[in-house]
Unconditional design. Structure first.
Length: 286
């Protein structure tokens, strides 16, 4: 075959067309990132251990090991009273989940590749937040089913029961911004693990999550009752009809736990979200 024939055949081939870039909005871009994060969990199911195996272990451990030595004056005893605290602790750990995931993505350059695409920069954070909240919601479902097995029941109406779950999800949303802030600030997953363990575990245990505050020393009881985790836990217990009678001198957040929890959610989000966004932008711009 002559060079002329080869040249004619090459020129006769249809030119490759550049694929058309279809503009999308923030919601579609964020949901694409959510889908990517959920696919990651699907391929690594061990990532669900913190919202499946761990909460069940906590429920069974405290209900049957420590519960025998703690007497709670409720319809179902300590087991039903405990579940609200376990749920509050698990949803608070949503900050841990998003911090570790975001730091890992930053370390591997995944966030840089996402931001190089023609998408809204906020889609990265929105997508991570939605997927983390869905991740934590799995834990609430697992613990609810576990609670039904050990005797926990909701003794109020549907509206109050739903409000209890909404408060938990609202608190999870606020904690996600804490996780974004820490994840953007720390330079390695190991650093995130150290910081989050050193802060989240004392905060969730130094509350009314596993034991009543009225039996603590005075100074410790004051700290525990003003802990926002205590407000959330008390609100959930009251809304589900598993609350424990408070002392007359109980702190104000425990006397009005639903209102206090809503205030905490708004304040934490309003304070931490701008810090998290600023820290994330500085980290990704460098």
């Amino acid at each position: 075959m002559s060079h002329t024939d080869q040249d004619s055949r090459l020129t006769s081939r249809p030119a490759l067309e550049r694929p058309e870039i279809v503009p999308t909005n923030l919601l579609r871009q964020s949901m694409s990132i959510v889908r990517r994060n959920l696919t990651h969990i699907k391929r690594m199911p061990e990532m669900l251990m913190d919202v499946t195996i761990q909460p069940v272990m906590f429920v069974l451990l405290f209900a049957y090991v420590f519960g025998s030595s703690i007497d709670i004056d409720t319809a179902a005893g300590y087991k039903a009273w405990l579940l609200g605290g376990i749920m509050a602790q698990t949803i608070a750990f949503s900050s841990f989940i998003v911090a570790v995931g975001l730091t890992a993505d930053l370390e591997k350059g995944i966030v840089d590749r996402m931001r190089s695409l023609p998408i809204n920069p906020a889609a990265v954070l929105v997508g991570r937040s939605i997927s983390s909240l869905m991740h934590s919601s799995i834990g609430l479902v697992v613990m609810s089913l576990t609670g039904l097995v050990i005797g926990w029941r909701i003794h109020t109406n549907i509206a109050e029961a739903a409000l209890g779950y909404l408060l938990l999800l609202g608190w999870g949303f606020a904690m996600i911004w804490v996780g974004i802030w820490v994840g953007s600030k720390m330079r390695s997953v190991e650093a995130v693990n150290g910081v989050m363990f050193a802060t989240m575990f004392p905060i969730t245990f130094l509350a009314n999550t596993f034991a009543p505050t009225d039996r603590m020393p005075t100074w410790l009881r004051t700290v525990a009752e003003w802990n926002p985790i205590s407000s959330l836990t008390q609100a959930v217990r009251e809304l589900w009809g598993n609350d424990y009678p408070l002392r007359e001198d109980a702190a104000l957040p425990l006397q009005h736990p639903v209102l206090a929890t809503i205030i905490w959610i708004i304040v934490l989000t309003a304070v931490v979200a701008p810090l998290a966004i600023r820290t994330f932008n500085r980290r990704t711009a460098s």
